[in-house]
Ligand binder design. Structure first.
Ligand code: DLL
Length: 443
C-alpha cells in the first residue's frame, strides 16, 4: 500500500487508498458488500422483498457480481409510492439525518442516513475533493444550497473531514459571494456550473478579475454541463473546473468525481456499484457502450438502493486512467433520458444545443430553449444572450451571429431551429440548478 502515500496527483488523504485497490481485490469487496446489502434490503424493506419473492430469488442467489442482473430495478416512483419512509431499512432511532429532493411534480422523495452512512458520505466527498487536488489548507467556499438539498451539507462535511477551511455561504447573494471570495482568500468554490457563470459575470461588473484571486478550482455539479461550458468557465476565470456527480437517492454529491485528467468521473466503486443498461430493453451493456446508469449502494444502511435507474445517460470507460486510480470512470453526464425533446421526429437534448451555441464566438453561455405548439406541431426557439461587445456592435454583426448559431445547431441535430438573440442580462440567472427549458406548449 506504500505507493498510495506518494501519489503526487491526488493530494493524499488516507480515505483515498480505496481509489487504488487492485481490481481483483475491489471486485471481491464489492461482491461481499453486495451480498450484505441485498440481505439487508430483503430483510427490512417490504417492497424489495416482494419483488425478489415474485422472481423466486433469495439473497443466497447472489453468488457473483454478474448475478446482480437477476435483481429487479428500483425507480423513482418507488420512492414516491412509499413516501415518506417506506424504503428505510433502519429503524428511525438509528436514522440521524433526512434529506429530500423536490423534483418537478408532486411529493418530494425522502432519503435517510445513519451515523455510519454519514461517515461514508463524508469519506467519498473527501476523495472527491482530493481528486480535484484540494487538501488541508485550502479554503472551500460552499455555494451549494444548505437545507433539504444534499449539495450543501454533503460538501460541507466532506470539506471539514478533508481538513480544509469551509465557508458555509450556501447559494445566492452573488455580491457577497464575491466579497467573501476576495476577503477570505477562497481557493476553491463548490456550486452549480450555471451559478458560477453568474459569479463570473457579476465579478466582471464589479471590476474584479477572478484570475487575480487565490481561487484555483471549482467543484461543479448537480446539473448537466458540457465540455464547451468547461472551456468557457476555465478561460474566463482562470480556474480548473471539475465535475462532481451524485444524486439524493444514492447518497448526494460524491458518487463520482473527476481527477486531474478531467476525462471522465471516477465512481467510488467500493460504495456505489455502476452498471449501464439499455434504457429500452434494460439489458446490461458492456463497458464503453452508452446507456442508462444504474447504481447500487454497497454500504448504505438506512436506505439501500438496489439497481436504481438514475435516468442519467453515460458509459463506463474501459481504459484505465493515467492517474492510477483503479476505480472505473464514467463519461460526463450531459443528458438524462427524460430530458429528451422530440422535435419533428428528431431526438434533441439540451446538451446538444449548449454544445452548438458555445462553439460560436460572441455568445454568452446563457440560454433557454422555448417549446411552443401552434396546434399542429411542436416547435423550438433557442434564446441566446449576446455578449455586451456584440450587442453594442452593428445590426449586421448581430444577424450574422444568429445565423452562425442556427447553422451550428443544425450541424449537430440536423434540423433548423429558430434562434433569437436577446440583450445581455435578460435570461434569468439561477442560484442552483438552471432551468433550461420553458415549455409553452398547449397541453
Ligand atoms: O444534485 C446532488 C449533487 C449536489 C450532485 C451537488 C453534485 C453536486 P439531486 O438533486 O437528487 O442530487 O439530483 C440528481 O442531478 O440524477 C443528474 O441528473 C443531475 N446531476 C447531478 N450531478 C451532475 C453532474 C444532486 N455532475 C440529478 N452532471 C442526477 C450532470 C448531474 N448531471
Amino acid at each position: 500500500m506504500m505507493e498510495f502515500w506518494h501519489d503526487p496527483g491526488c493530494g493524499f488523504h488516507p480515505a483515498s487508498a480505496m481509489d487504488y485497490l487492485p481490481a481483483a481485490q475491489l471486485r471481491q469487496l464489492q461482491l461481499h458488500r453486495l451480498q450484505a446489502v441485498v440481505r439487508r434490503a430483503y430483510e427490512h424493506v417490504a417492497l424489495f422483498r416482494e419483488r425478489m419473492d415474485a422472481r423466486g430469488l433469495t439473497p443466497a442467489d447472489i453468488e457473483c457480481l454478474a448475478d446482480i442482473a437477476k435483481i429487479p430495478f428500483t425507480v423513482k416512483t418507488d420512492l414516491r409510492d412509499t413516501y415518506p419512509f417506506g424504503l428505510f431499512a433502519s429503524p428511525m432511532s438509528e436514522v440521524v439525518r433526512l434529506h429530500a429532493s423536490s423534483g418537478t411534480t408532486g411529493k418530494p422523495i425522502v432519503v435517510a442516513y445513519t451515523q455510519e452512512d454519514l461517515k461514508v458520505w463524508a469519506s467519498v466527498m473527501v476523495r472527491s475533493f482530493a481528486a480535484c487536488g484540494l487538501q488541508r489548507g485550502d479554503v472551500i467556499q460552499n455555494g451549494y444550497g444548505y437545507g433539504l438539498f444534499t449539495g450543501g451539507l454533503g460538501a460541507h462535511y466532506g470539506a471539514e473531514a478533508l481538513g480544509a477551511t469551509v465557508i458555509p455561504i450556501s447559494g445566492g447573494n452573488t455580491d457577497r459571494q464575491i466579497m467573501v471570495m476576495k476577503d477570505f482568500g477562497t481557493t476553491a468554490i463548490c456550486c452549480t456550473p450555471s451559478y458560477f457563470l453568474r459569479i463570473i459575470e457579476r465579478a466582471r461588473e464589479m471590476g474584479i478579475e477572478l484570475r487575480d484571486l487565490p481561487l484555483k478550482a471549482g467543484v461543479f455539479g448537480a446539473e448537466p454541463w458540457t465540455e464547451e461550458m468547461r472551456k468557457r468557465v476555465e478561460a474566463e476565470s482562470g480556474i480548473k473546473a471539475y465535475d462532481i456527480y451524485g444524486l439524493s437517492e444514492i447518497i448526494g454529491p460524491g458518487v463520482g468525481n473527476e481527477c486531474a485528467h478531467q476525462n471522465g468521473l471516477h465512481i467510488f466503486e467500493d460504495h456505489f456499484y455502476p452498471e449501464i443498461v439499455d434504457p429500452e430493453t434494460l439489458d446490461p451493456l458492456p463497458d464503453g457502450q452508452e446507456g442508462e446508469l444504474v447504481l447500487t449502494t454497497l454500504s448504505k444502511q438506512a436506505m439501500p438502493m438496489i439497481r436504481y435507474r438514475t435516468r442519467d445517460i453515460t458509459s463506463i470507460y474501459a481504459e484505465p486512467c493515467p492517474c492510477g486510480r483503479t476505480i472505473r470512470r464514467i463519461r460526463r453526464i450531459s443528458r438524462r433520458s427524460d430530458d429528451m425533446l422530440i422535435l419533428r421526429g428528431v431526438n434533441v437534448f439540451h446538451s446538444q444545443i449548449e454544445e452548438a451555441l458555445l462553439s460560436v464566438e460572441g455568445t454568452a453561455p446563457h440560454y433557454v430553449i422555448v417549446l411552443t405548439n401552434d396546434g399542429t406541431m411542436d416547435d423550438m426557439e433557442v434564446h441566446v444572450e449576446m455578449t455586451p461587445e456584440i450587442f453594442s456592435d452593428r445590426i449586421a454583426a448581430v444577424e450574422g451571429l444568429a445565423k452562425k448559431i442556427s447553422a451550428a445547431i443544425e450541424r449537430i441535430i440536423n434540423i433548423r431551429v429558430r434562434v433569437r438573440l436577446v440583450e445581455p442580462n435578460t435570461i434569468a440567472r439561477s442560484e442552483g440548478k438552471a432551468k433550461r427549458v420553458i415549455d409553452q406548449r398547449k397541453k
